[in-house]
Design a protein around this ligand. Structure first.
Ligand code: SAH
Length: 376
């Protein structure tokens, strides 16, 4: 596949390989990093590996007096204009192009991160592939949003599929897209998505898996590995909006979710209600500190599911897992390097690796997702 922005964008590091070769490449990486712990099952790829991203964000800037939108050139602050992308949702991409055209006709200025002046910084779109709901977040500097009513009406007229529009205000000198304050301009301020027979609320700041097709596969493997019998206590660490815990709640006695982002925890609590799940509790805390407390209080856990960010689990977290001594640990990782590091700690503490299953959540990129089962 040929993308005109391949070199400049840097988002799809494996762009020059056909999809089968990408899968072989990733499989070899996992075998290299994790093969010494256990045999690695064959990576599960996608039937159609394109346009899988349900969350798309574009940076706005100006060039030659005209508004541009796209991605930051890798490790720089220069915007590479992008109108459509091989891995992004097509509807989301087309909404961003429309926002740029409208912003141009409304004489809106882009934010300039050197002078810290101007208005429009980023546009973020999240779409529920199954529910069809679409959220547009306009990230702006502070100050009046001139003619906001007509702007929103014009956008809705061109994209009736949009179900909510949020303005987020980010005034800081930062590479983070979203700022603290948000204001709902249209609709509910969040979208809902359906996955595995459940309903999930997704708000602007909460993490939600970006590849819905493969998320179902990934969670399916996690459920299979946990192999719950019905009365276990399950910890869902780094639980985001509670999706994995809710998936497992049907076959568990009790689920305890822990997550650092308070917006995600609010969504998680709401999601439990939305799905009528009563045997689940969510805590807003650092997963490591929370586990230390659980271990000190001698609380029981039969299965610990952990799904940390790229940095992996903290030592504090892993040592508390060893103290809690659950029968099984299901480790979902988006970085096989930190997974290898953390597996060593768990193995030294008495666990055995039983299964290693890579799932391709991020075709065309170098990123690798792996589910791993350990037991005592
Ligand atoms: N399991 C979820 C989310 C995984 S992403 C899902 O499948 O959707 C990782 C999550 O870890 C994010 O929601 C992030 O906010 C959270 N996180 C990051 N650092 C954390 C910490 N120290 N303690 C608890 N949660 C943390």
């Amino acid at each position: 596949m040929n993308c005109p922005n391949f070199k400049k964008c840097g988002g799809c590091q494996l762009q020059n390989m056909d999809y089968d070769r990408q899968l072989r490449f990733k499989q070899a990486q996992v075998v290299k990093l994790l093969g010494r712990f256990h045999r690695v099952s064959n990576i599960i790829g996608m039937k159609d590996p394109t346009h899988y991203r349900n969350k798309v964000q574009a940076a706005f800037g100006e060039r030659g007096g005209k508004l541009i939108s796209g991605v930051y050139q890798s490790s720089t602050h220069k915007i590479v204009p992008v109108d459509d992308c091989l891995i992004e949702d097509k509807i989301a991409d087309s909404i961003i192009v429309t926002v740029r055209k409208l912003a141009t006709s409304f004489k809106m200025r882009a934010f300039n991160d050197t002078t810290m002046r101007g208005f429009l910084r980023h546009v973020l779109v999240k779409r529920g592939f199954v529910s069809g709901q679409v959220m547009v977040v306009l990230v702006t500097n502070d100050g009046e949003f001139k003619s906001s009513r007509s702007f929103i009406n014009a956008l809705l007229q061109r994209h009736p599929e949009i179900t909510t529009i949020v303005r987020n205000i980010n005034t800081r000198r930062t590479s983070m897209v979203l700022g603290e304050k948000s204001e709902v301009l249209y609709g509910d301020g969040y979208i809902e998505e359906n996955l595995g027979g459940f309903r999930f609320r997704i708000s602007p700041k909460a993490f939600y898996q970006i590849n819905p097709v493969q998320t179902q596969v990934l969670y399916g493997k996690a459920v299979e590995f946990a192999d719950l019998k019905g009365n276990e206590t399950v910890v869902d660490a780094y639980c985001g909006t509670g999706t994995i815990g809710i998936f497992m709640s049907k076959n568990a006695g009790k689920v305890i979710g822990v997550e650092l982002n308070s917006d995600a925890v609010n969504d998680a609590k709401h999601n439990a209600k939305l799905n009528g799940v009563k045997n689940i509790e969510f805590y807003n805390a650092d997963a490591g500190k929370f586990m230390v407390e659980m271990a000190e209080l001698k609380m029981k856990a039969d299965v610990v599911v952990t799904d940390p960010p790229r940095a992996g689990c903290s030592l504090e977290f892993l040592h508390s897992v060893l103290k809690l001594a659950p029968e099984k640990v299901v480790y979902i990782s988006c970085n096989p390097k930190t997974l290898a590091r953390d597996l060593k700690t768990l193995i030294n503490g008495g666990y055995k690796v039983k299964k290693i299953q890579p799932v391709d959540m991020f075709p065309f990129t170098e990123h690798i997702e792996t589910v791993c089962l350990l037991s005592k």
